[in-house]
Design a binder for this molecule. Structure first.
Ligand code: PGA
Length: 257
């Protein structure tokens, strides 16, 4: 089963109106590969204009989080239905910065995932262990626990077609420390194995699992050559078109000798 690679830029709280307009212009001029899904996740204030700027390019545009309630007194928050309303198609849930900086629990993440799927958005569900958890050999417990909390009871077809998983070891995010391809593959295979147990092998083989954590042009090809690594969720290296375009062309990147 070949899964369609998905390379996505999570712009976090970076860039501004001008740099995003320039970035979108570069995307429009680019000859994007037909067999890779490309996505960008801008800050909320630029979401609608990014959707408009990239209309017709095939590039997926999504939000970095959402609030599960449809409306209400949640000053500063944005509802999943509002993300959908401006034409975005995806939302990231459970990013480690949401879990660890904003204190979102597995239940909070699941509520966001359900709200997003419920209003027609596709989801990127992030999973990943901290350095302390890895050192304590709790990686599989933590990742599989987050996976169960995020996916239990979902319909298999919905999971396979509308949920992307992103394994992002917290110790590798923004630190320059990338998981080795072996470390990434080990966890990705573990995740897919659990999906096979819970949803059947047919579903497990279709779910796209991205790796995230200091992905850059120099390491993307090695990571993408792992059988269970189907894409990348990229922070730092997605902020400049030069490096993001190199990531999209991952098959042509060579690791430095
Ligand atoms: P990074 O971030 O590529 O800057 O490590 C990845 C992420 O947080 O999604």
């Amino acid at each position: 089963m070949t899964r369609r690679p998905f390379i996505a830029g999570n712009w976090k709280m970076h860039l501004d109106r001008r740099s995003i307009a320039d970035f979108c212009a570069s995307i429009k001029d680019a000859d994007l590969p037909g067999d890779v899904t490309v996505g960008v996740f801008p800050p909320f204030v630029y979401l609608a204009e990014t959707v408009d700027a990239l209309a017709g390019t095939g590039v997926v545009v999504g939000a970095q989080t959402c609030r599960p309630e449809e409306k209400g007194a949640f000053t500063g928050e944005v509802a999943a239905v509002q993300v959908k309303d401006v034409g975005a198609t995806h939302v990231i849930v459970g990013h480690s910065e949401r879990r660890h900086v904003m204190g979102e629990t597995d239940a909070d993440v699941r509520a966001r995932l359900d709200a997003a799927l419920g209003c027609g958005l596709d989801v990127v569900l992030c999973l990943g262990e901290t350095l302390d958890e890895r050192k304590a050999e709790r990686t599989s417990d933590v990742v599989l626990g987050q996976l169960a909390a995020g996916t239990k009871g979902l319909d298999g077809e919905t999971l396979a077609s509308r949920v992307t998983l992103a394994y992002e070891p917290v110790w590798a995010i923004g630190t320059g420390l990338t998981a080795t391809p072996e470390q990434a593959q080990e966890v990705h295979a573990l995740v897919r194995g659990r999906l096979a147990e819970d949803f059947g092998d047919g579903v497990a083989q279709r779910v796209v699992v991205q790796y995230g954590g200091s992905v850059k042009p120099a390491n993307v090809a090695d990571l993408m050559s792992c059988p269970d690594v189907d894409g990348a969720l990229v922070g730092g290296a997605s902020l400049a078109w030069d490096s993001f375009s190199a990531l999209i062309a991952f098959e042509r990147q060579e690791a430095p000798q």
